[in-house]
Write a protein that binds this ligand. Structure first.
Ligand code: ZN
Length: 255
């Protein structure tokens, strides 16, 4: 443990200005991801920032919109109506910060930028699926293309493997979904999950796909176990969205 501690400290000391700017920018990216997570499923405009308090409608100023700091400074309440602000925005901002820190500490350099791009994108997808049971094409399809472009630019020798990964990822999950439908007579997995696994294949390559599915399935089982321990009864007809687990598995295996 101590070895890890000193290694992390050494890594932080080594990180250059470019890497620190990635960490500093991450809460702002998190703020934007929060807007995306809330508005994309409703097809509401994303480009207009958060302009009003959700509770009282008071217009928000710049000083109310600094990620994490405004929330802490105002005592986690709206400055105008004193309604508690909830954990949603600070939660997404903290998660985006954690992704940037992990990227800089584990990889650093040029690779840290790719880690963050993929991590933030998957964070938005997983969170949207958790809230609204949706994996919007507007996010999954560009992520497939981004994986292939990143392969083309940085690892041209892996491009075929990644293209194969995208195709196999899509087909594998569609096949599992068809089997599930045949045996259980209800939808278990959606087409969004198949596109997300295609994106996973486009970033990781075909050979890693079995590990992605295994990791995602095991973490979904672990989450179901935790919910059960917490007193929630999960029957055969209750379900968890699979997207967040696929997203987590993809990022962990990418790192
Ligand atoms: Zn308010």
């Amino acid at each position: 443990m101590q070895g890890y501690g000193t290694e992390f400290l050494a890594r932080m000391a080594e990180a250059g200005a470019a890497e620190w700017s990635l960490v500093m920018a991450s809460p702002f990216i998190g703020s934007f991801l929060g807007l995306l997570i809330q508005r994309l499923p409703d097809a509401a405009p994303i480009t207009r920032g958060r302009s009003r308090c959700d509770a009282c409608g008071a217009p928000l100023r710049v000083r109310d919109l600094v990620p994490l700091l405004s929330w802490l400074a105002a005592g986690r309440r709206c400055r105008y109506c004193r309604q508690p602000l909830g954990w949603f925005y600070p939660g997404v901002e903290l998660a985006a910060l954690a992704i940037a820190l992990a990227a800089v500490l584990i990889d650093g350099g040029q690779r840290a930028w790719l880690d963050c791009l993929l991590g933030w994108w998957l964070l938005a997808l997983g969170w949207i699926d958790l809230r609204s049971w949706l994996l919007p094409d507007a996010l999954t399809l560009p992520l497939i293309i981004a994986g292939l472009v990143a392969g083309f630019l940085f690892n041209p020798d892996q491009l075929t493997d990644r293209a194969l990964g995208a195709a196999l990822g899509y087909l594998t999950l569609m096949a599992i979904a068809a089997l599930y439908r045949a045996f259980r007579d209800r939808e278990g997995l959606g087409g969004g999950d198949a596109k997300l696994l295609a994106a996973s294949g486009a970033w990781l390559g075909a050979a890693v796909l079995p590990e992605v599915i295994l990791f995602a399935a095991l973490s979904a089982l672990a989450a179901a176990g935790c919910l059960r321990l917490a007193g929630l009864r999960l029957g055969i007809h209750s379900a968890l969205p699979f997207g967040p687990f696929l997203a987590l598995a993809t990022w962990v295996l990418w790192l």
